[in-house]
Design a protein around this ligand. Structure first.
Ligand code: AVI
Length: 327
């Protein structure tokens, strides 16, 4: 790495840390208190999320894997409708296990494309990069580490080819409904007519199945939530006593909102970077929304953000769907 690149990286890290500090203090001074789940993904958080994806209760990964493994040609046909070269941009790529099936299929079809995974975690991107370099050496890959829209801008600077955007894993579910709408509208502004989005939605189903997926007996989801307190302790000089908080999960089948909270087990004061935050006994921190959709609600989201739904592919249980939208 050149000195200039290193200086830029350090500046970006400083910026990210400042933003993290700002968001944490703002969220904990809010009523009700809240923290943003995008901050779950430090190195430990990445590992815990990989463990969640491997849990029997967390059906989402298996369902989408079923689609990517067994309906690869259907997915690829949507993308290869025209044989024009393209950039395959994946938002929140993570370790890319599912997309790898599609990437391999597209390479076998001799499709002309560059894979551009975007993720907020530089750590998981380097895991992904190493894996794909080994498994698919002929793949053109450019990793973009940062916030979605900033990196979409960068992708547009690098190339003006047609775009296919993957937003898998029900990542859209981690946005409040209003936020999801403005996100999809924002996403559309980076696209041109004819560009395609493939978006993964976790569908409404038996509520117990959903609750169990986020309330696992082994306590991995609890550890995943609590790890954000440990991250705040380490990165923001705070003194959360993690044992004094407990994970609590809810699912509301009417709205499809699956929400996680951390409950303060005691009246306590927590010091964060010189600022004291008061927690009453039983006071909660709202941590994460994992919104579940009906197929119709996904179509409404598409229509309201200027996309046209052209197809949807379901897993064999019809628990999860990847929908294809045309810009
Ligand atoms: C990344 N995201 C789609 C996951 C979800 O299902 O909302 C994160 C997660 N939280 C708890 N378990 C998994």
């Amino acid at each position: 790495k050149t000195e200039k690149t290193l200086i830029k990286e350090v500046a970006a890290q400083d910026n990210a840390l400042e933003q993290f500090r700002f968001d944490v203090l703002k969220g904990l001074n809010n009523t009700p208190k809240k923290l943003q789940s995008k901050y779950f993904y430090d190195k430990t958080g990445d590992t815990l999320f990989q463990q969640i994806m491997a849990m029997p209760e967390y059906y989402l990964t298996n369902c989408e894997m079923d689609i990517f493994q067994n309906k690869t040609s259907e997915l690829a046909n949507i993308i290869l409708e025209t044989d024009e070269a393209f950039d395959l941009i994946e938002l929140g790529a993570g370790d890319g296990t599912k997309s790898a099936f599609l990437l391999k299929y597209l390479l076998d079809q001799k499709a002309d494309f560059t894979y551009m995974p975007i993720d907020i975690s530089a750590n998981i991107l380097s895991v992904l990069n190493n894996k794909l370099k080994a498994d698919l050496p002929e793949l053109n890959i450019i990793c973009l580490d940062g916030e979605y829209f900033k990196m979409l801008e960068k992708a547009a600077e690098l190339s003006s080819r047609r775009k296919v955007v993957l937003f898998l894993g029900s990542n859209i579910g981690n946005m409040e409904k209003e936020e999801a709408l403005s996100f999809c509208r924002g996403l559309n502004t980076y696209l041109s007519p004819g560009d395609i989005v493939l978006m993964g939605f976790d569908l409404k189903k038996n509520p117990q199945i959903i609750l169990d997926a986020y309330n696992d007996k082994a306590g991995i989801t609890a550890a995943f939530n609590l790890n954000l307190l440990t991250r705040i302790n380490r990165e923001l000089n705070a003194d959360f006593v993690v044992e004094k908080f407990e994970h609590y999960q809810t699912y509301d089948p009417l709205s499809g909102a699956c929400r996680s909270y951390l409950i303060s087990l005691d009246h306590q004061l927590v010091n964060i970077d010189g600022q004291s935050v008061n927690f009453e006994k039983d006071e909660l921190i709202y941590m994460e929304l994992s919104q579940k959709y009906s197929l119709q609600e996904s179509e409404e989201l598409a229509n309201n953000s200027g996309f046209e739904t052209i197809n949807h592919i379901m897993d064999s249980k019809s628990w999860f769907t990847d929908v294809a939208w045309l810009s």
